[in-house]
Design a protein around this ligand. Structure first.
Ligand code: TLP
Length: 348
């Protein structure tokens, strides 16, 4: 698709482009062969990332999808059962990688706003029986994408992790937007991920880096994950040129996520009074605004197309759901343009 005007691009925070500071850091980055363990910029990023999330070690990976896949492959063996919420990104949007490449079977637990309760997890964990696959991993998602950027609190994470650990499962957090989750509830990201064995987070979403994600966990887990990344073709040689932007993302871009949340809230409130559109403001805690389109008016696709004609880009998230994501490359004026355009379309 030809990009009409990048200022009105609400499809995702993945569309953010690197800042000037990132570009300069990339230009001057010291590099080496990372497969041989010789890229100083990647080493710096991995140390910084591990420190930020309070884990022993971290690994720079190509994408969130690769980070999640490596976590599943490292924590499980073929035939194992992996538990997750029914609308989990790992299940919904990652091309079935865990089944195709890991040979594991997903077991879906219905959640509320993307959150699984300890009771629901207990019920899903069956008592050992010769007929059943062996459950070995629980994946949770914070923030939860398809639920609308909803957040797990540190207590909620701790409660399900305790149940999983009691039953001998490992716990992985798909924390693509975990810095959004932390800042939205004013807690430290390390507190939020302390109960989990591994966490993946993306540098290339709200934090604005052009490429890359981080997988963090214990030293031994990361040693195995590094080997797995190599197997998947993710050994990236002089990738310090992109890791340099990741360092800037972690040092400079986490605090500004509050601006994305404030803008999303403003947009959500304004949309909630437009005819034929509904927004669940209770759920709107971070940078994802989910909007339900009244079927009497039409479908989500119809609305996305009408917006596109007016140079506003959004994404469908279901037959009647449109998603608007705020990020560093959209501001108040873009939000205003979005709301005005929606008002005109729905009234027209
Ligand atoms: N999500 C993308 C699309 O894949 C839908 C988006 O635009 O929101 N976990 C979560 C929770 C994610 O939201 C995403 C990306 C990923 C993992 C995968 O990250 P990438 O795109 O880097 O592979």
């Amino acid at each position: 698709m030809e990009l009409l005007n990048k200022s009105f691009d609400f499809r995702s925070d993945t569309v953010t482009v690197p800042t000037q500071e990132m570009r300069e850091a990339m230009y001057t980055a010291e590099v080496g062969d990372d497969v041989l363990g010789e890229d100083p910029t990647i080493q710096r990023l991995e140390r910084l990332a591990a420190e930020k999330v309070g884990k022993e070690a971290a690994l720079f990976v190509t994408s969130g999808t690769q980070g999640n896949l490596i976590a599943v492959l490292t924590h499980t063996k073929r035939g194992d059962e992996v538990l997750m919420e029914s609308e989990a990104h790992i299940y919904y949007y990652e091309v079935g990688g865990m089944a195709a490449l890991g040979g594991v079977i997903p077991r879906l637990i219905p959640g509320s706003a993307g959150i699984i309760t300890p009771d629901a997890l207990r019920k899903a964990l069956r008592v050992e029986n010769i007929h059943y696959p062996t459950p070995s991993l629980l994946c949770i998602e914070n923030t939860h994408n398809r639920a609308g950027g909803t957040i797990w609190s540190p207590e909620q994470v701790k409660a399900v992790a305790e149940v999983a650990h009691e039953r001998g499962l490992m716990v992985h957090m798909d924390g693509a937007r975990v810095f959004n989750a932390a800042i939205a509830q004013n807690c430290d990201v390390s507190e939020l991920v302390a109960p989990v064995d591994s966490v993946m987070f993306c540098l290339s979403k709200g934090l604005g880096a052009p490429v890359g994600s981080i997988l963090a966990g214990s030293k031994e887990f990361i040693r195995q994950a590094r080997k797995c990344r190599k197997m998947l073709g993710g050994g990236m040689r002089q990738a310090g040129v992109i890791a340099a932007a990741g360092v800037v993302a972690l040092e400079r871009m986490t605090e500004r996520l509050v601006d994305d949340h404030a803008l999303a809230w403003k947009i959500g409130q304004a949309i909630s009074v437009i005819p034929h559109l509904k927004v669940d403001l209770e759920r709107l805690k971070t940078n994802i605004v989910l909007v339900e389109v009244d079927s009497a008016w039409g479908t989500a696709d119809k609305l996305v197309e009408a917006l596109q004609m007016a140079e506003v880009l959004a994404a469908g998230s279901g037959p009647q759901t449109v998603r608007f994501v705020t990020h560093k490359d959209v501001g108040e004026l873009d939000g205003l343009k979005l709301v005005e355009t929606l008002t005109r379309i729905m009234r027209g």
